[in-house]
Design a binder for this molecule. Structure first.
Ligand code: NOJ
Length: 538
């Protein structure tokens, strides 16, 4: 298939995908854990996710500039075992093999991110790097030739270090100009073939780590959150987020004005969406759940849907919370075609307005909420390899339902969901390859997602994090989220049992609802509706 034919195919495919509602009704007495592909709408995207810094390596090759993560990882003590992404999975050199693997899984989509410093080694203060453009063109063309939709994240935590050095990165409004410049290059160079754009990955988690806790670059924090050489944990996250949201909406505005009609794509953002349960039955803890959602999730989505920060935050933070000017408000309101949901875990929420909390949870920036995975020493769900990730499949159904209700059932994609085994489990390669727990995890979360869809949630895709084991930020390479095992010495990729399970999940099912599919695809759900989004009562 030529690129032109594949483009045509995907235009039709995309049009169908985005004009159809959900139609794969299931009988309610069906065993829910026995989840099947046919429980999801036709045209649903099933894929895997990666991000540039976590897999690419080739950190200074072919004209790439240094990124904030390149610099941060090279400071001893910042990352577990002083590991870094200099080589990572060497995806930069092995991308062809990796794309074959992606295809062999049987997925119809693949989510990856673009390294800003590979395209613009010095941000807008230098030239475009043609080798960087070539690399992503290769990936996109290869995916399309294999019948796989590229789902592209423009920014996934890594910025050119030059922007950090020149003006302080996300803390300075100048970054808005840089971000839009970068986004425009992506739309211009790749937009004819990319139909799904996510502007920024997990801004909430990023500002928390980078400006409250100081564990991500630029490593800013203040007491009691941490002991950093610079930063202000009470204020900086608010400023950085404000710049991220404005950057997002400026890029969306540009896309809609200049590219969307021509390219027929869709643009959204990806949020880190944890679910919360009250620690006790007390009303105060129930209110704490709402504040946890407000300070972690509505913080990002309320402005992008309704045009302002959530009232729950304004109430607590007052004038510390930045304001959008009338012009900015117009720009930001409704600046989403879809919401990308990264969902991994559920935590308990405990009120800190009436009871004592430590470690900063008793401060306005944390919404006076303490979140924890334990009640009376008992974990909320199965343990994983990360301290705040617990296996609570029903949290998937609940968070999707919350987002559906608050944001008027805006189209959603589950852009990440994944599992890394607890440390005490064996580190023998054979055991890592026999990853039954990962299979159970995905089956249970997919079943919960299917229930949410059955209840009317407009979810259009599900991406497993991750295609292969990779650099898990401050945890280095010890945390293994991959469907493929990566040997750290040889960098050879080996399918885990979960890779085979995913393939059989994707290929052994046939749809029995073709007629409904064609009928419903003509139901006109107006994806691009710009206004009229009303905050639904929840
Ligand atoms: C979310 C992030 O987007 C990704 O970079 C990370 O590796 C996974 N969560 C797992 O922690």
């Amino acid at each position: 298939m030529t690129i032109a034919t594949s483009q045509l195919f995907f235009l039709v495919f995309t049009a169908i995908l985005f004009s159809s509602a959900h139609f794969s009704a299931q009988s309610s007495n069906e065993d829910e854990e026995d989840v099947k592909k046919s429980h999801f709408p036709d045209g649903f995207l099933f894929g895997t996710s990666t991000s540039s810094y976590q897999v690419e390596g080739a950190f200074l090759e072919d004209g790439k500039g240094a990124s904030n993560w390149d610099v941060f990882c090279h400071v001893p003590g910042n990352i577990m075992n002083n590991e870094n992404g200099d080589v990572a999975d060497d995806h930069y050199h092995r991308y062809l093999e990796d794309l074959k693997i992606v295809q062999s899984l049987g997925v119809n989509a693949y989510r990856f991110s673009i390294s800003w410093a590979r395209i613009l080694p010095r941000g807008r203060f230098g030239e475009i790097n043609p080798r960087g453009i070539m690399f992503y063109n290769e990936i996109i063309d290869n995916l399309l030739l294999r019948g796989i939709q590229p789902f592209v994240t423009i920014h996934h935590h890594d910025i050119p270090q030059e922007l950090e050095d020149r003006y302080g990165g996300w803390l300075n409004p100048l970054i808005q100009k840089d971000f839009v410049y970068f986004a425009e290059i992506c739309f211009e160079k790749f937009g004819d073939r990319v139909k799904f754009w996510a502007t920024i990955n997990e801004p909430g988690l990023f500002v928390n780590r980078a400006y409250i806790r100081g564990t991500y670059p630029p490593g800013h924090c203040s007491k009691p959150f941490g002991n950093c050489s610079s930063g202000n944990s009470d204020i900086e996250p608010l400023i950085a987020m404000h710049n991220m949201l404005l950057s997002h909406s400026m890029a969306v505005h540009l896309y809609r004005k200049q590219y969307q009609m021509k390219h027929g794509g869709f643009i959204g953002i990806v949020v880190n969406a944890l679910m919360y349960e009250p620690l006790t039955d007390e009303e105060l803890d129930r209110q704490a759940v709402n504040r946890a959602l407000a300070f972690n999730l509505y913080w990002i989505l309320d402005p992008l849907v309704f045009g302002d920060y959530p009232p729950e935050m304004r109430h607590i933070l007052g004038s510390e919370l930045p304001r959008f000017s009338p012009r900015e408000r117009k720009l930001i309101e409704g600046s989403l075609d879809f919401i990308g949901i990264n969902h991994y875990s559920t935590l308990y929420a405990k009120d800190c307005t009436h009871s004592a909390c430590t470690d900063g949870e008793d401060r306005p920036i944390q919404g006076f909420v303490n979140t924890t995975g334990y009640r009376d020493g008992v974990a909320i769900g199965g343990l994983t390899g990360l301290p705040r990730f617990f296996v609570v499949p029903e949290g998937m159904e609940k968070i999707i339902d919350y987002v559906k209700k608050r944001y008027n059932n805006k189209p959603m994609f589950v852009t990440e969901n994944g599992f890394t085994p607890p440390e005490q489990q064996s580190e023998q390669v054979q055991d890592l390859l026999e990853d039954i727990d990962r299979i159970k995890f995905h089956k249970a979360y997919l079943a919960a997602l299917a229930r949410a869809i059955r209840n009317g949630a407009d979810v259009r895709g599900y991406f497993i994090w991750s295609l292969m084991d990779n650099f898990e930020w401050v945890h280095g390479y010890k945390k293994r989220f991959g469907l493929y095992y990566v040997d750290r010495q040889t960098l050879n990729r080996t399918p885990k049992r979960s890779a085979r399970w995913f393939t059989s999940f994707l290929t052994n099912n046939s749809h029995s609802n073709k007629d409904e599919f064609w009928r419903d695809s003509f139901r006109n759900k107006d994806m691009l509706k710009r206004s009229g989004d009303k905050k639904a009562d929840i």
